[in-house]
Design a protein around this ligand. Sequence first.
Ligand SMILES: Nc1nc2c(ncn2[C@@H]2O[C@H](COP(=O)(O)OP(=O)(O)OP(=O)(O)O)[C@@H](O)[C@H]2O)c(=O)[nH]1
Ligand SMILES: [Mg+2]
Length: 446
Amino acid sequence: MKKEKTICAISTPIGNGGISVVRMSGPDSKRILQKITTLKTESMEARKMYLATIKTKNFKEKALVVWFKEPYSYTGEEMIEIQCHGGIIIANGILNELISKGATLAESGEFTKRAFINGKISLDSAEGVIDMINAQSEEAVKAGYNLMTGELKNKVNSLQSKLTDCEAKVEVALDYPEEDIDYSTSQEIKTELLDVKQKIDELLATVNTGRLVKNGINVLILGKPNAGKSSLLNALVGYNRAIVTDIAGTTRDTIEDNYTYKNLSFNVTDTAGIREAESIVERIGIERAEENVKSADVILVVLDGSKPIEKDDEKILSMVKDKIVLYVINKIDLPKKMNKTFDQMVEISAIRNEKVNALKEDIYNLVVNQNMLSGGLLITNTRHANALREAQKSLKCAIGEIEQNMTLDLVATDIKSAWLSLGEITGVTSNQEIINTIFSKFCLGK
Ligand SMILES: Nc1nc2c(ncn2[C@@H]2O[C@H](COP(=O)(O)OP(=O)(O)OP(=O)(O)O)[C@@H](O)[C@H]2O)c(=O)[nH]1
Ligand SMILES: [Mg+2]
């Protein structure tokens, strides 16, 4: 068997800080460490921290060193962690020294990939790790944690084992073709398949909430020029992100920022005021605003409350049909001239920061299904959702075939397909290319 390379990387962010962590994983970890320290690595005990002098080509450092014995480590291999003083020069110097003594610089996500290959974690758990790291809100951390600790994996494994039982029953019947499969056996299989299908339905029902939790809620601000859109963006994010002037057409491009509310992340996009524009730059800006309508989870249509509805407002009202819309009547500090009311309407003053929190609450209530935020399992990953949908399709076929008394070979094939699709979630049936793509999106040193 080919000997694995020993890899190393800096696992902490590059920059000044209290400490930096340099990690090494692979069969030569301890030997390589020995070459750069006076510590007697032979007598090290696993998972104990040692104060060691580290010698590099150009400097010495006092660092804390831990050895993890195979297979009791993150990657499942021999591992060394060196906690040195924070700072780019020290961590880089140690890293280069490890490389000069035989280690190889790790690729992005290679530690976690090795953990997966060595059976320490499933593919979905690995994705949970990266979701935890990239989380923009506390709810996203919770969802990542559930994934990382195997909630989905356990569910998928139990569904797969139910399918294996069904398949076994079908195979038995196939082995005795002279005896027709009796009605009660086929009903039994059907009931079990329906049960698996139902459980997949329940998981799929969480996809939308899962996406909102993981990626944040896309809030798009639309309105005619000078309605106060950029003032609203600033009020929502809590600082002067966008330029505000009394000149109509101030914002030309889309401007994005985000805020958190009730542990969720909201991605806000301010846009160019919509009107019949003469300038090419402004027209492109307006097109961009229009393109954003599709991917918005909620649209805030900002109307100037100190003016009656105008032609430009009418155009905007027609653009947002079929979308979740909240009508924001701005400038309530001025005498009211707005002559129209809406079902979903909030009156605010963006520049005085009045009722902006109430608006945040309304946005939250419009898009968030609170029942689904009880800390339960959410499907946050498109790859998982697609695998579940594929499994669902195969199950529907299998159930239909049983109902129509079709040949059992077909039923067996479809049950197997559903099983294979589910296996892609945990990685047992995923191909190498998919696995490589997933890990390449990880950060260096993870
Ligand atoms: N009185 C009052 N004026 C406001 C309020 N919000 C915004 N304004 C004023 O309205 C003008 C336009 O504000 P912006 O936030 O730049 O408006 P906008 O919709 O982004 O405009 P464009 O970028 O040109 O499309 C500025 O002079 C703001 O000070 C408000 O709540 N009350
Ligand atoms: Mg603006």
